[in-house]
Every structure is written in structure tokens, then in C-alpha cells.
Write a protein of this length. Sequence first.
Length: 222
Amino acid sequence: MIKIKNITKEYILNKNNTIKALKDVSLEIKEGELIVIKGASGSGKSTLLSLISALAKPTSGEIIVDDKKISKLPDNFASTYRRDNIGFIFQKYNLIPTMSVAENILLPLIPLNPEPEDMSQKLEIAMKMFDISHKKDVLVNNLSGGEQQRVAIARANVNNPKIILADEPTANLDEKLSLRFVEIIKELKAFGKTIVIATHDPLFFGLDFVDTEIELHDGKLI
Ligand code: ADP
Ligand code: MG
């Protein structure tokens, strides 16, 4: 489903300095697979996720998702690709505290300009799936950590994406919430999602439902 072929990513700092964040990385991820990308801070994990989500383009190499070359997409097609295929779970949730649970979950749908009926149906499904329906109109500010987590995950799933990308998802969670997050990932895998988790949290290492564990070291796959 996701083919990463000989990817190199360089960041140009100034005319004398570039950083090679990824060096000749190749990887294949099958549909429905759960993959954990390990690696110390600065090893290139976030860069790899940004390339899979077409938020950035590789310096060389290519990325093919569902037979589509996403590493070459013009920006407007890249954002359509992202909306249709990718759910992103961020480290700090990136929720808008002054908006309600429902408003936060609906955010990814707004650019699609959907029919109100379609929107409320998708909202109801996502809220039910992650057990947050009872807080629909509550401001995110007034939720517990666990509830905020469920809102963030519901938002990543509201458009029913095939691919879920999570970048250091447990970095700001206590142990109980981290364990709950691992359970949610297991559920998402059971729903058939293809999932890529970038993390250095040992909680994700050696889990029996993880298909592949790889490690980045200084931009290289080891
Ligand atoms: P990780 O997520 O594993 O911590 P990153 O992909 O964020 O690693 O970073 C890999 C390397 O690329 C690091 O050296 C980092 O400083 C550098 N880097 C990441 N993003 C940028 C950027 N936008 N501009 C310049 N350098 C960057
Ligand atoms: Mg990172």
C-alpha cells in the first residue's frame, strides 16, 4: 500500500549548510499493517511521516501510495490526498481549547465542504467509536486528559482515513493514558487501518500486534 523507495530528504539551512534528515530509506507497508518506527530524537522519524502525508517532498526517491506517486504531487493535489487518506495524531493533540468536542472533531471535514447531513453522520460515528458522544457540546478546555485524547483520535478518524500516522503520540501522556492509547491503536488495527507510529516510547516495543518494528539512526534505516 505504501512504497517508500530510496528516499533522501535534505533540509537547506543556508547556502553552506544542509542537513540530511533521511538517507536512502526504503520501506514497504502493506494494507492493514501496523508499523512502529523507533529512533532517538533527530533520527528522522517526523520527517518520514511528513513525506508519507505529502506535507513535504523528498529530495530524491519516491513514495507510492495506492499506486499513486505522492512524492511528486503539486500542493493542491497533495492536500486532497491528505484529506482523503490520512489521519494524523499529534503529540500535543493540537485541539482548539475554546471549541467544543463536536467542532474539534469536524475540523478536518470543513475544507471538503460536505453536506450538513453527511457531516453530522460522520461526527456521530466518530464520537461513538471513541466513546465521547456524551461530551459533544463541551469545550475541549473542560475535558480530562483521557477525554481530550479520545477527541484527538476521533478527529483523526472522522474522515475514515485508510492510513493513520501518529507522531510521538504518548510523549505527553501519563502511564495510564499511554496504556489506553496502545489499546486504541489495537482497536484501530482491528478496524483494518494501516498505522505508522513514530515513537521512542518503549511501551510500543515488542507488542504482539505490531507487524513491523524498524529503527532510524541518523537518517538511516537500521
Ligand atoms: P525525529 O522526529 O526523529 O526527532 P526529525 O525528522 O524531526 O527527527 O529531524 C531529523 C533531522 O532533520 C534533525 O537533525 C532535525 O534537526 C532536522 N530537521 C527537521 N525538520 C527540519 C526543518 N524543517 N528544517 C531544518 N532541519 C530540520
Ligand atoms: Mg519527531
